[in-house]
Structure formats: C-alpha cells, structure tokens
Design a protein around this ligand. Structure first.
Ligand code: NAD
Ligand code: MG
Ligand code: MG
Ligand code: MG
Ligand code: MG
Length: 329
C-alpha cells in the first residue's frame, strides 16, 4: 500500500516547475528521485543539486507518487511509451497543468489515482517563497480516485511545496486547464506584453524618445503590479496621483473596452471547445514554424534593444536577473 503521509516521489522533468518541486519536497522531508532523459539539458543541474537522477522508466518503478513536470507537448508520448508500462500498480500520477488529461490526450490507466497540483506562479517563485518561509498558492484537483486517498495525496504534495502556507483551493481539471490557458493568453503573457508593445509604439511613432517610452510603459509597470499584488487595484489607486487616477478612470476603458472583452470571450470559447489545443498540437507536430517566427518578432521588437541598454545601467537589476535565471535553469 502506498504511504500517503510519506510517499516515495518521482519528479519527471527538472525545468521551471520540476526543480522547484523537487527541492521543496526534499526540504519538506520527502524522498525524491528525479527522472530525466540521459544526457538531457537539465541532468547536470539535478545532479549538482544532489538528486539521484534516473531514467524516467527507472525513476517511476518504485514511486508511490509520480509528478509529470515535462513540457505539456511531450507528456502524451512520455505517458504512453514510458510511464504507462512502468508505473507501479495503484500509484498516484500528478500533473501541474490539466491540459493533457482534460483534452483526452492522456487516458491514464484504470488502477491509478490521477491528481493535479498547480502552483499559481512560476517555478523560481515557488522555490524562493518556500526558502523564506512563505508559499505560492496552489490549486488541486482529482481526476481519478482509485485508492480513496487521491485528494489526500494532492494535499500532501501541495503542502510539501509550501503552497498550504499561502492557500489551497480545490478545483477540477477542466477549470484549472481553461482558466490557466485563458489567464496566460488574454492577460498575463499575451495581453500584458501586447499592451506594453502598443503603448511603446504609440509614443515612439509620435516622436518621443524610446528610452523615455520604455521607462513609462514597461519599467514602471513593476510598481503598479507590485501594488496590485499587495492590495488590489484599490491599493494601486491609493498610491498614484489624483491626475493619474482621473486618467485611469476615463482612459482605461477606452483601451480595454467592450470590443476587447468580446475578443477575450472568443479566446475563452476557443480554449473551451478545444480549438486552441488542436492548433497548438498541430503547430508542435509541424516543428513550431509559426511559434519560432512569433518568438523572433518579439525579440526583434525595438523595445527589447532599448530595454537592454537601460537595464545595463542598473547593476542591481543585472544581479537580480542573473540569480533568477540561475534558479530557473
Ligand atoms: P520546462 O520546459 O521548464 O522543463 C521541462 C523539463 O522536462 C526539463 O527538465 C526538460 O529537460 C525535461 N524534459 C523534456 N522532455 C522530456 C522527456 N521526453 N522526458 C523527460 N524529461 C523531459 O517545463 P515547465 O515550464 O516547468 O512545465 C512543466 C509543467 O508544469 C507543464 O505541465 C506546465 O504547464 C506546468 N506549469 C508550469 C508553470 C511555469 O511557470 N513554468 C506554472 C504552472 C504549471
Ligand atoms: Mg498559469
Ligand atoms: Mg500555463
Ligand atoms: Mg506577444
Ligand atoms: Mg508617470
């Protein structure tokens, strides 16, 4: 019988989430082995952090709980070829994002418990907050409960990550998958970066200095987001001038208006009905031609060049960026 209090854990993948999970779980007292492809890009990092690194097949053979923390698009093949044939009878299979299970790309074996623990933050933050005695909130869900203890496994794992110090919320694979995709597309990554680029372009096209445009629409965003994080929009408004507040009230709704919200609803519909995932899988299987083109276009945007020069003048920022990058490797 698997131990729910002290499960043997295998973490497959040692990237953003994998490294943070493995380190936090080990510091919380769990036995953790890391499963990676021999010679893969993160193997040396896991070994340098003191983990026993095995192949994914070997790592899962004795594990009570297996966390699948590889990129979403490789999980189907990994599950079918390596995990399904090697997972212990009755093991608990854990994901940090519900995409593959929710959209039916992975159909887990009947004997397994299948759960989700998704930290609401990037891996570097999951680790950093844990190290200073805090945590990143986690949402958890149960897809399949064969043992009757699936929820307990999820909560034990989320506790080991430090998530319980902040908050744990029960969800479903459907809710986590759809809200996570919507958040990163419409607001966090897609929406925020497009807003910054459009603001920068507007100022520069009107003849203002790119350096000043950079400070205004990108650099200063950090203060605003820190205030959101700490006390919501109310707190941000308390800290900006009356003039800035009035401008917020009358101009914000002209930028993000009913039309923008209609586009957000379209995006959500395409996530819910599987259109987005179908396109993403086709793009991945074709070797990422459009993805690479979009990625290059973002790198080539003029705001990146000016930002690089301006950030180089702030030595403290350079140190911060370097240590963060190191903790994400
Ligand atoms: P990542 O790209 O940072 O790391 C992936 C790791 O898997 C690397 O160690 C890589 O070498 C390894 N890997 C790749 N292919 C493999 C294979 N075939 N077999 C074994 N190992 C392989 O990934 P990530 O961003 O940490 O994402 C992992 C999961 O966590 C995903 O499901 C993602 O949706 C979820 N998630 C990520 C974040 C985030 O902030 N990055 C937040 C919440 C949830
Ligand atoms: Mg997310
Ligand atoms: Mg996501
Ligand atoms: Mg973009
Ligand atoms: Mg200002």
């Amino acid at each position: 019988m698997n131990s729910v209090a002290k499960p043997q854990i295998a973490v497959i993948g040692y990237g953003s989430q994998g490294r943070a999970h493995a380190l936090n779980l080990r510091d919380s007292g769990f036995d953790v082995v890391v499963g990676l492809r021999p010679g893969g890009p993160t193997e040396a990092k896991a070994e340098a952090d003191g983990f026993t690194v095995k192949t994914p097949a070997e790592a899962v053979a004795n594990a009570d709980l297996v966390a699948v923390l590889t990129p979403d698009m490789v999980q189907k093949k990994l599950y079918n070829e390596v995990l399904a044939p090697n997972l212990k009878q009755g093991a608990c299979l854990l994901f940090a994002h519900g995409l593959n299970v929710h959209f039916g790309m992975i159909s887990p074996r009947e004997d397994l418990d299948v759960v989700l623990v998704a930290p609401k933050g990037p891996g570097a933050l999951v680790r950093r907050e844990y190290e200073i005695g805090r945590g990143v909130p986690c949402i958890y869900a149960v897809h399949q409960d064969r043992s009757g203890r699936a929820e307990e496994f999820a909560k034990t794992y989320a506790g080991g990550l430090g998530g319980a110090r902040a908050n744990l919320i029960k969800t479903t694979f459907k809710e986590e998958t759809e809200t996570d995709l919507f958040g990163e597309q419409a607001v966090l990554c897609g929406g925020a970066s497009a807003l910054v680029q459009a603001g920068f372009e507007t100022l520069v096209e009107a003849g203002y200095q790119p350096e000043i445009a950079y400070y205004e629409v990108l650099h200063e965003l950090k203060l605003i987001v820190d205030l959101f994080y700490e006390g919501g929009i109310t707190r941000m408004l308390e800290f900006v001038s009356e003039t800035a507040q009035y401008g917020d009230f009358v101009s914000g709704p002209r930028v993000i208006n009913a039309d923008t919200k209609a586009r957000m609803k379209d995006i959500l519909t395409e996530i819910q009905d599987g259109t987005f995932v179908q396109k993403w899988v086709a793009e991945y299987d074709a070797g990422l031609p459009n993805y690479k083109r979009y990625q290059q276009a973002d790198k080539d945007h003029p705001i990146e060049a000016v930002g690089k020069q301006l950030r180089a003048k702030m030595q403290w920022l350079q140190q911060g960026a370097a240590s963060q990058a190191a903790s994400q490797q």
